[in-house]
Design a protein. Sequence first.
Length: 183
Amino acid sequence: MKHRFLGLVSAVAVAVLLVGCVPKTEVVSPAPQPSVTPPFASDEEALAAAVEAYARYLKVTDEILQGGGKDPSLASTVMTGELLDANLESFDNFKAQGLHTIGESSFDQVTLQQFDAFSLGTAIVVIYVCTDVSATDVLNSEGQSVVAPDRLDRGTYLVTFDFDNEVGALLVAHDELWSEEPC
């Protein structure tokens, strides 16, 4: 019986030593991250918001240019970032040259290129759009057209939108001619 007792004690001692040798792994929980709620539930909602934002962008841009660049502060309600800065400079040049436009820009053939629900507001929606300026003209102070005869009246543009959390709306952040082929 003494041998059994020693065997049992030895087995328990070995088990205790083995358990003591196994490193304890602590369960590390990641720090809680702020949750991001996408502003749009689907591609269709994002596209609809982009279409609405682009229509506002063209309308405000037309209004500023029709006024000869005299009220450029409206631009910040529809555009942001480097595009806003570049347009403000263009509006100042327009005003300095005594130019103004007549007519209105339009668009059609809108295609969603990208919707990134988790982009944190930057480049959240990107579209291709056919912009049409055929119904517009740029006039100098004498009322004469200064539009080049070879102006591209309809072109496909790649337009990027940022989401402004304060306003709860898309603003145009980038607008570049994607194709010179008439659309």
